[in-house]
Design a protein around this ligand. Structure first.
Ligand code: URP
Ligand code: ZN
Ligand code: ZN
Length: 546
C-alpha cells in the first residue's frame, strides 16, 4: 500500500512511532553490536562478523574447569559479578538468574595480555590495517583480553602523540595500555615523559636503535632517555638493531642487485641485533636501570640477555610469536606477495634461532611472549615491489599468539600449563605493574578469562581470521588446544565461534611507575656511591688551582 493512502494524522503517528523504534534499534546496535543480519558490528564502518545475542547477565559462574594461575592450579568454579572475580573455589552455589558456563574438561585461565602491538600505526608511509576495534576484536577471538600498544610521537612530540592515540583508542572493545616511543631528545621530550608518567598512566618508553632517519635514536639520546626513565621509575624498552650498520647492509644488497624481500633479511643479520642488544644492556648497567628488550629474534641477542641476567642485571627479554614459530624460508619465496608478508624487523631468522628462543622461554631465560602485531595488507606491502627497503615492516599475530604458544610450547611438553599462563599473561601484568588486577584468576581481579579446550582443534587462515589483514603468516596452521570462550571484564565476548563485541567498551589501564623491577635500585646506587673512594681530598689541590 502506498504512503499516500494514509491520512495526514495517521502518517504523523506512524512517523513518530518509526522514530521511536528507530531510536530503540540504534541504541540496541550501539550497545550490543548487533545488526538485523545477525552480524556483530559495533562500528559505523561496517566491520562485521557473525554473532549471537549479547550475554546480558552481569553475574556469571564458570563451572567445573581447571583454574590455572601462574603458580597454582585446581579444579574449581569461578564466580563473577559486574566484571570482577568474586570467588574461586569448588562447588559454588548460585541463584537461578546467574548465567552458568560449563568448563568441565577445560582450562580456565587469565586472558592473554599482549605486551607488543601496533594498531593504527603510521609507519613507513602507511598505516597498519587494524584499528583499535578490529585489532582488539581479533585479539578477543584468539583469547587475548588486553594489549599494550606503542604511542608514536607526532613529529617528536610525545604529549601530542599520546592524545592522538587516546582518541584512536576510543573505539576499543577490550582493555588496553600504552608504551610511548621516544624518537628524539630535548627538554620538551624529558618534560613530556614526566607528565605522561605522573598524569597519564605511562610506565614504559621504547627507544628504537634502528630505522635510521625515522624513529631511530643515537647513543647519546638513548643514554639520556635511560637516565630519565630511571628517575621516573619507568621501564626502558629497546628495539635492538644497529641502525647505522643496517643502512649500510641495505645499500650493500641494493648494489648487489638484491632488491626483493630476501634482501631485508640479508641486510640486517643477527650480529647487528646482538651488537645493539649488548650496547643497550651495557648502557642500562651503566645507568643502573632495568631494561626490556622487545622482539628478541636471534640467538645473538638471546646470549647477551642471558649473560646479563647471569651477572644479576635486570633485563627482560620478550620473544614474539613469529620469531618463536617461523623461520626465514618464506622470504625467499619466488612470489613477492608471499615473501613480503614475512618482512618484519628484526627479521625472522633461519631455523635454529626459533628453537633456541623456545628453549630459553621454557627455562625462564626469556620472560614473556608478545606479537609485534603490525599488519599491512598485500597492497601496502606492494610499496616495496622493486626495493625491499620500502616494504612496510610487520606481521600479524594478535589473534594467533595464544593458540600458537599453546601448540608449540605446551603440546610439545616444553612448558606446563602454569608456565603458559605466566608467559602469556601474568609476567606481563607483573612487569608493567598491573598485577593482580590483570594476569590472575583471583578474587578482586578483573574478570578477563579464557576457557581453553585442550582436545579441540584450531586452524589458522586469512579467510576465517578476524583481523583486517588479507594474508596470514601462519596460514594453514592446524593445531590442538582451542580457546572456546573469551570473557572480557565479565562479559562473554567470544563463544561458539562468534564475536559479541561492543565498540567503546574497552578501558584504558593506567600503569603505575616503580614496579618491582625497581625494588632495591636505590640501595644499589648507594652501594655504588660508597664504593667509589672518591673524590679524593688532596692536600695540594687548592694550591694547584690557585
Ligand atoms: O617490523 C616491525 N617490528 N614493525 C613494527 C615496528 C617495530 O619495530 O616494532
Ligand atoms: Zn621494534
Ligand atoms: Zn613492534
Amino acid at each position: 500500500m502506498g504512503e499516500e493512502a494514509y491520512p495526514c494524522r495517521k502518517r504523523a503517528v506512524l512517523l513518530l512511532l518509526a522514530i521511536y523504534y528507530g531510536l530503540l534499534l540504534s541504541e540496541f546496535q550501539i550497545t550490543y553490536g548487533w545488526t538485523d543480519q545477525g552480524m556483530c558490528t559495533g562500528s559505523a564502518t561496517g566491520d562485521e562478523w557473525p554473532c549471537t545475542d549479547y550475554k546480558l547477565s552481569s553475574k556469571l559462574l564458570i563451572k567445573g574447569g581447571t583454574v590455572v594461575n601462574a603458580e597454582s592450579q585446581q579444579v574449581a568454579d569461578v564466580y563473577i559479578e559486574d566484571g570482577i572475580i568474586v570467588l574461586v573455589q569448588p562447588n559454588i552455589k548460585v541463584a537461578d538468574e546467574v548465567h552458568v558456563l560449563d568448563a568441565t574438561g577445560r582450562y580456565v585461565m587469565p586472558g592473554g595480555i599482549d605486551p607488543h602491538t601496533h594498531l593504527e600505526m603510521p609507519f613507513m608511509g602507511q598505516e597498519t590495517i587494524d584499528d583499535f576495534f578490529t585489532g582488539q576484536a581479533a585479539a578477543l577471538a584468539g583469547g587475548t583480553t588486553m594489549h599494550i600498544d606503542f604511542v608514536i610521537p607526532t613529529n617528536g612530540n610525545l604529549a601530542h602523540g599520546f592524545e592522538v592515540y587516546a582518541k584512536k583508542a576510543e573505539k576499543s572493545c577490550m582493555d588496553y595500555g600504552f608504551h610511548v616511543a621516544v624518537t628524539s631528545w630535548n627538554e620538551d621530550v624529558a618534560r613530556d615523559m614526566e607528565m605522561l608518567v605522573k598524569e597519564k598512566g605511562i610506565n614504559s618508553f621504547k627507544f628504537f636503535m634502528a630505522y635510521k632517519g625515522a624513529l631511530m635514536v643515537n647513543d647519546e639520546q638513548l643514554l639520556q632517555g635511560l637516565k630519565k626513565c630511571k628517575s621516573l621509575g619507568a621501564l626502558a624498552q629497546v628495539h635492538a638493531e644497529n641502525g647505522e650498520a643496517v643502512a649500510e647492509g641495505q645499500s650493500k644488497m641494493i648494489n648487489l642487485g638484491i632488491t626483493g624481500p630476501e634482501g631485508h633479511a640479508l641486510s640486517r643479520p643477527p650480529l647487528l641485533e646482538g651488537e645493539a642488544t649488548a650496547r643497550a644492556i651495557r648502557f642500562a648497567k651503566f645507568v643502573n636501570t632495568p631494561l626490556y628488550v622487545v622482539h628478541v629474534m636471534s640467538i645473538d641477542a638471546l646470549d647477551e640477555i642471558v649473560s646479563a641476567r647471569r651477572s644479576g642485571q635486570r633485563v627482560i627479554g620478550e620473544p614474539v610469536v613469529s620469531g618463536l614459530v617461523l623461520d626465514d624460508s618464506k622470504l625467499w619465496d619466488p612470489d613477492f606477495n608471499i615473501a613480503a608478508q614475512y618482512v618484519m624487523s628484526p627479521p625472522i631468522r633461519s631455523s635454529g634461532h626459533h628453537k633456541a628462543l623456545q628453549a630459553a622461554l621454557s627455562t625462564g631465560l626469556l620472560q614473556l611472549v608478545g606479537t609485534d602485531h603490525c599488519p599491512f595488507n598485500s597492497t601496502q606491502k606492494q610499496a616495496g615491489l622493486n626495493d625491499f627497503r620500502n616494504i612496510p615492516n610487520g606481521v600479524n599475530g594478535i589473534e594467533e599468539r595464544m593458540h600458537l604458544v599453546w601448540d608449540v610450547m605446551v603440546n610439545s611438553g616444553q612448558i606446563s600449563v602454569m608456565d603458559y599462563v605466566r608467559i602469556t599473561s601474568t609476567a606481563c601484568a607483573r612487569i608493567f605493574n598491573i598485577y593482580p588486577r590483570k594476569g590472575a584468576i583471583l578474587p578482586n581481579s578483573d574478570a578477563d578469562i579464557i576457557i581453553l579446550n585442550p582436545n579441540a582443534t584450531f586452524q589458522i587462515n586469512a579467510k576465517s581470521h578476524h583481523s583486517k589483514i588479507d594474508t596470514n603468516v601462519y596460514e594453514g596452521w592446524i593445531g590442538k588446544g582451542k580457546v572456546e570462550v573469551t570473557i572480557s571484564r565479565g562479559r562473554v565476548v567470544w563463544q561458539h565461534e562468534k564475536l559479541m563485541v561492543e565498540r567503546g567498551s574497552g578501558q584504558y589501564i593506567s600503569m603505575p611507575p616503580f614496579g618491582s623491577l625497581f625494588d632495591g635500585i636505590d640501595k644499589m646506587d648507594s652501594e655504588y656511591l660508597s664504593s667509589l673512594r672518591a673524590p679524593v681530598h688532596r692536600e695540594n689541590s687548592h694550591v694547584a688551582e690557585s
